[in-house]
Design a protein. Structure first.
Length: 123
């Protein structure tokens, strides 16, 4: 869902970015001063490590935030919209509801195994 609606290129979603600012514009527009939004996408990336929505690549690193941002923001906050915030928040909620259902289903299957004496439960 992110890729369908996003306006920013890779690097535009990090912190105080298009995604986070859009969600806050949807939930609490009174907290956002979009005219003050900054776009900082100068994260020091390599082929194995980059920052966008989640860290990506084969390398996991946690460099000091100050090495990659002047303002504390990382991404393209100026591209945020309340409409996209609503879409992305609803998609995230639906995804989490699905995760809870999946965990519940796993629990039921494990409980059935336990009740049948599976593995160490039967000893």
């Amino acid at each position: 869902m992110l890729e369908i609606h996003r306006k920013s290129a890779h690097g535009g979603m990090g912190h105080a970015c298009e995604l986070e600012t859009s969600i806050i514009l949807h939930l609490r527009p009174d907290l956002v001063h979009i005219e003050k939004a900054v776009d900082e996408i100068d994260f020091i990336s390599t082929p194995s490590y980059s920052m966008d929505w989640i860290e990506s690549g084969a390398l996991v690193a946690n460099p000091p935030w100050d090495d990659d941002t002047v303002t504390g923001a990382y991404g393209a906050g100026s591209l945020a919209t309340a409409e996209h915030g609503k879409i992305w928040l609803e998609a995230a909620i639906a995804e989490k509801i699905g995760h809870v259902a999946e965990i519940h289903e796993q629990h039921q299957r494990r409980e059935a195994r336990r009740n049948a004496g599976y593995g160490l439960w039967g000893k």
